[in-house]
Design a protein around this ligand. Structure first.
Ligand code: GAL
Length: 665
């Protein structure tokens, strides 16, 4: 058994050794939802299709402790025993995403408060305020008991903390413990009210505070939006509360279960907390991939037709971006997909059946972007409550559903784990996201939308990228660094950019460095902290209605058309590369460059592509300009994966790709 455990990722030291490992497959199982008579049959079947582990128990607090202080561990003991006898390992979730009814009745103050100051009630999940010390103590109690009980069990290989921290709008509470703690958190940060008033620009609209106790969470302000600098700090605060909440559990698990790994399952396009910080003390990260529901994250400028074309597979870039993001959280370390859609989901606006082949396609794609395990969600569809409409590998009646055969036929042994070594970095920062989205200045724009425009251009060129935080630039040298939307320019980020080796090519997107750490605009000019790199000042920005566009002169006859956002620059030491044509920005600079740094002021896919292509050529990085829509190429070590997410067969450069398929070589 020990040997088997070692084959599955265990401790951090073993996780970087991929030499003899291949992709692992598992499944999320809920023995508490079915008759105990089915447990062995289920485990046998799981093993027979090549699954090597199950994830269990992340919502089972009320089953484990039905009455305060009365514990029922037998069902879980027995279930784990059966999985082990049938050759499966176990990942246990701490059950803290679902405090039981008795606990809420006893301590209603742990419930979170919404933006309208309404207390959110018991009856679904994630009903707690991360800042509540009372709740943290309760969690510590149940996690300690669980860790002590199962740490030495040879089937238990690791832990998942809670479930999707902050997801489903639960990252922020606007009352209770959070509201109480916020002023003291601020006091610790700013030391004096004068510093806080200055950082938040409280001179505006007489917002000046004269006592720490006057400060509340930024909700229900009388008119308009709350002060963006206050919101930025509230996001930071709530993120810190989630971090503290999780850390308490990590400390307990490390104490009582030191040999097992600790991970957490993050979500798609998460924006609730600074995941770089949340990931810091985990052994590796995991995320939950539901490609079809993810389609709704498409920017508004993508046509409805694109969503239709990818309705049954999801869009390859939306999915691979999340893989790249989560691989980047821990400097390129392999990650897990802790929940992989394997049939229709239930929570998106539309929940069609996946195309035939999609489950295998998603599994292979996850591997290509650095996953070392893919865990299907879920084993058997649930016959009760909120997720009745969700599918599993088995139907509610226990028969095999569409995804079952695809999972069973997937040859995971062919997918060797290897380190991914990319030459291109795309920079991402949660603080920029938080401030950008508060004053997007165009209802069709958001940080993720702008970010994904650049990411998609790179993926359409067939190049592989790392998504990293700027502070990770010091750990590795890249040929090309792209910063699509680094709106918030802290000293730390500026230092990283300024320290880039002179041979590194850098591309900056619109709104770069528009704000300082507090979310204010630098009065000495947009690029103040990175003036040496950019060599220009911003002149104007223009937020376009979706029905109008702005032309940009291209090289020769070529013209580019920008949508939603354009900004123009006054060059100083930089040179103007392309100019706007007609309209209010006529003849002002749209693209400027200084040394190896190019700054793009307009959201135009063809323009971004032209700049990126030139940079790739300069660095001799191979790229393609004929990759068909829906086809993507990804490399892992010496291996390559070609994927076709479209619903028709495609031939590209001698490779024949049937509809919804992949080719691995
Ligand atoms: C995930 C969640 C699971 C389940 C699933 C349904 O976000 O972690 O518990 O709700 O969605 O798709």
């Amino acid at each position: 058994m020990i040997i088997l455990r070692q084959l599955i990722l265990m401790g951090p030291s073993r996780m970087s050794d991929h030499s003899s490992s291949t992709l692992n497959l598992g499944v999320c199982d809920y023995p508490e939802h079915v008759s105990a008579n089915d447990w062995r049959m289920h485990a046998k079947k799981q093993k027979s299709i090549g699954l090597s582990f199950v994830r269990l128990a992340e919502f089972s607090w009320a089953k484990i402790e039905p009455i305060e202080g009365t514990y029922q561990w037998q069902w879980l003991d027995e279930a784990i025993e059966i999985y082990q006898q049938e050759g499966l390992n176990v990942v246990l979730g701490t059950p803290t995403a679902t405090p039981p009814a008795w606990l809420i009745q006893k301590y209603p103050e742990i419930l979170p408060v919404d933006e309208n100051n309404q207390v959110k009630k018991f009856g679904s999940r994630r009903h707690y305020d991360h800042a509540s010390e009372l709740y943290r103590d309760e969690c510590a109690r149940i996690v300690t008991l669980m860790a002590k009980r199962y740490a030495s069990h040879s089937a238990v290989i690791g832990w998942q903390t809670d479930n999707e921290l902050g997801h489903e709008g639960t990252g922020m509470s606007f009352g209770g413990a959070s509201a109480e703690r916020f002023p003291s958190w601020l006091k610790e940060k700013y030391k004096s009210l004068q510093a806080l008033n200055q950082a938040w620009g409280c001179e505006f609209w007489s917002q000046t505070y004269t006592d720490w106790t006057q400060i509340t969470p930024p909700n229900l302000t009388a008119v308009r939006q709350a002060n963006p600098s206050q919101v930025l700090d509230y996001k930071r605060f709530c993120s810190a509360m989630i971090e503290e909440f999780q850390q308490r559990q990590i400390d307990i698990l490390r104490t009582y279960s030191p040999a097992e790994f600790i991970t957490h399952n993050f979500v798609i396009f998460s924006a609730e907390s600074d995941l770089y910080r949340l990931a810091e003390n985990l052994d590796f990260v995991a995320w939950d991939s539901y490609p079809i529901g993810m389609l709704e994250f498409f920017a508004t400028w993508e046509s409805e037709q694109t969503k239709t074309d990818f309705a049954r597979t999801g869009h390859p870039d939306l999915v691979s971006f999340n893989h790249d993001l989560y691989r980047g959280l821990k400097n390129g370390r392999d990650f897990w997909v802790m929940e992989q859609q394997c049939g229709h989901a239930n929570w998106a606006q539309y929940n069609p059946l996946p195309a035939k082949g999609a489950v295998q396609l998603w599994t292979a794609q996850a591997w290509a972007h650095g996953a070392s395990a893919v865990v299907y969600f879920r084993w058997r569809a649930c016959h009760m409550a909120q997720e009745i409409m969700h599918s599993g590998l088995l139907r509610q009646d226990g028969t095999e559903d569409r995804g079952f055969k695809e999972a069973a036929d997937f040859c995971s042994e062919e997918f060797k784990l290897a380190t991914i070594n990319n030459k291109i970095a795309v920079l991402h920062d949660y603080e920029s996201l938080w401030i950008y989205d508060q004053q997007a200045h165009n209802q069709d724009l958001s940080y993720w939308h702008q970010f994904m425009l650049f990411y998609s251009v790179l993926r359409e060129c067939g190049v592989d990228v790392d998504v990293i935080h700027p502070r990770q630039l010091k750990d590795k040298q890249y040929d090309l660094v792209v910063a699509p939307a680094l709106t918030l320019m802290s000293e730390e980020i500026a230092d990283q950019l300024l320290a880039l080796p002179s041979e590194t090519e850098l591309v900056l997107g619109p709104r770069t460095a528009f704000r300082n750490e507090s979310g204010l605009v630098a009065q000495t000019g947009q690029f103040e902290k990175i003036e040496a790199l950019v060599g220009a000042k911003m002149l104007n920005f223009d937020s376009l209605r979706p029905t109008i566009s702005q032309l940009i002169e291209g090289q020769g006859e070529r013209q580019h058309e920008a949508r939603l956002w354009c900004e123009s620059y006054q060059v100083d030491t930089a040179k103007s590369v392309l100019r706007y044509k007609e309209g209010p920005l006529d003849q002002q600079s749209a693209v400027i460059s200084k040394g190896n740094t190019t700054t793009i002021g307009a959201l135009s896919k063809s323009l971004i592509k032209a700049v990126i292509n030139e940079k790739l050529s300069r660095k001799n990085i191979e790229y393609f300009d004929d990759l068909p829509t829906g086809v993507r190429i990804s490399r892992r070590g010496e291996q390559t994966l070609l994927t076709n997410f479209s619903s028709h067969p495609i031939e590209w450069r001698g490779h024949l790709l049937p509809a919804v398929s992949y080719k691995h070589f």
